[in-house]
Design a protein around this ligand. Structure first.
Ligand SMILES: Cc1cc2nc3c(=O)[nH]c(=O)nc-3n(C[C@H](O)[C@H](O)[C@H](O)COP(=O)(O)OP(=O)(O)OC[C@H]3O[C@@H](n4cnc5c(N)ncnc54)[C@H](O)[C@@H]3O)c2cc1C
Length: 433
């Protein structure tokens, strides 16, 4: 009779010689000393116990994944070249919208519902505020089919949503110039998250729960016989593990160049913050929700920053390591023109801050959460494509469960979707380099 082996046994099988739980054996190169990770306490064995995991990238995706793996009992080393929520990372901005509208793509709305729960639980645990549920208002010149088609899903999932016309919009939000607007959807549970601070907080929690963090650049090790054994770090050391997660945001294509289409393309995006007039509440989060109109979206002036405006249209190709992050005069002018037309109370407001960030765009704009075609202990998580931050908390939980064999892979996020109808499968998107 064939012996059935569990997913956990399969994960650790390639490292039978490495004593399960012996993290001290991980760092084996020059300077490769590891911080031992305490085994989580509790009587029930956890699905991750005995599994050594490495997560590369401490952004929204990697940070949460590392934390969830750790909570499942794995011995986790999280590695980041510049730190959690650093200024180059896609998660490195001040704030990110969280909204549940995803047209009919229910999976995302469900992830947002779960994400909101996770953020609220952690806010309570940390006694800190990172989620600001000030609502999200989508405004348009006619019925917005994408927003409208999401309404039944959102209501079924328990989100509070309202749909109204231009007259109602003008009555409820007099600070918005209603010219040309005839349709609005207000998601009352939506709002914004503090992004880079959220990453830092998740890292702190990860370390407090026994996770090990290393600041170093990581390179994938060789993949032989369907497995990766180790990663190489910029300090010359190596880290061995049973399970690897690469959540490297816009750098994914650089780390794994063999995919066609590339795993992600990095595009230059600009964000502008304008200073509201002193004492004026109607353009602040006190009276205005976050909003989206066409390609423009924004967050009203908050206690942290000014009135934020960004353009969602994909910019030029951008190198996340060396790209010049000087904002353009053209971008600032276009943002101002839009803002002064739609939010007259902001006319003449000074530009007080601007940032250049990058989207890590997958070929179809959807997330990638899948194993590498050459190694089933190597997971790739990325492709946030301008909407990923809000999904990080739920993605991390999902990926940790999948990698430890508790959950099935989600085909919607799989690499096979890029292979085309007549291609042979996931490997059709990948050529060995
Ligand atoms: C301007 C802008 C606005 C956005 N607005 C929203 C929004 O409103 N709502 C929303 O939900 N999403 C939004 N997004 C998208 C969202 O921010 C990203 O999808 C998400 O933050 C991606 O997280 P990540 O963890 O995949 O990548 P990142 O945050 O980029 O993290 C990757 C990490 O990997 C590290 N790394 C890379 N390579 C290596 C290596 N070789 N070794 C070690 N470390 C490495 C990096 O240092 C980095 O910390 C926006 C993005 C931008 C740029």
């Amino acid at each position: 009779m064939t012996k059935r082996i569990s997913r956990r046994e399969a994960i650790t099988a390639g490292f039978a010689g490495a004593a399960a739980g012996a993290l001290g054996a991980c760092g084996n190169g020059a300077g490769g000393t590891e911080t031992p990770v305490a085994a989580p306490t509790g009587s029930a064995p956890q699905t991750g116990s005995g599994v050594r995991a490495v997560v590369v990238g401490a952004g929204a995706f990697g940070g949460w994944t590392a934390l969830w793996l750790r909570r499942a009992g794995a011995e986790v080393t999280l590695v980041d070249a510049w730190g959690a929520g650093n200024a180059r990372a896609s998660s490195g901005g001040e704030s990110r919208l969280i909204r549940a509208t995803y047209g009919t793509r229910r999976i995302y709305s469900e992830m947002v519902a779960r994400g909101l729960q996770i953020w609220k639980e952690h806010e309570a645990r940390w006694d800190d505020r990172l989620l600001f549920s000030i609502g999200m208002l989508r405004i348009s010149s006619g019925v917005h089919e994408y927003a409208k088609s999401a309404l039944p899903i959102l209501r079924e999932l328990g989100f509070r949503v309202e749909e109204f016309d231009g007259d109602e919009l003008a009555r409820r939000f007099p600070q918005i110039n209603p010219e040309g607007l005839s349709y609005a959807v207000l998601e009352r549970d939506a709002g914004y998250l503090l992004a880079r601070r959220g990453c830092e907080r998740v890292l702190e929690e990860f370390q407090a729960e026994g996770g090990a963090f290393r600041r170093a650049e990581a390179a994938p090790g060789a993949m032989d016989a369907g497995r990766m054994r180790e990663i190489r770090l910029s300090d010359g050391s190596t880290v061995e593990a049973d399970l690897f997660v690469f959540a490297c945001g816009p750098w994914l294509a650089h780390l794994f160049p063999g995919f066609d289409p590339p795993l992600v393309q990095s595009t230059r995006q600009e964000v502008f913050y304008f200073g509201p007039p002193a004492g004026r509440a109607d353009v602040t989060e006190e009276e205005l929700p976050t909003w989206i109109e066409g390609p423009f979206y924004g967050i009203p002036a908050t206690r942290f920053r000014g009135f934020k405006i960004a353009d969602d249209r994909r910019g030029a190709a951008f190198d996340p390591t060396t790209g010049d992050r000087t904002p353009s005069a053209k971008g600032a002018r276009e943002a101002r023109e839009y803002m002064e037309h739609r939010f007259p109370g902001m006319r003449g407001a000074p530009l007080i801050e601007a940032r250049v960030c990058q989207y890590e765009q997958s070929a179809d704009g959807n997330l990638i959460v899948d194993t590498h075609p050459e190694a089933d202990n190597v997971w790739i998580a990325g492709g946030g494509s301008g909407h990923g931050y809000k999904l990080g908390a739920a993605l991390g939980e999902m990926l940790a469960g999948q990698a430890l064999g508790e959950r099935e892979k989600e085909p919607f996020f799989g690499l096979a979707r890029f292979a085309g109808a007549d291609a042979a499968g996931p490997s059709a998107t990948y050529r060995r380099t």
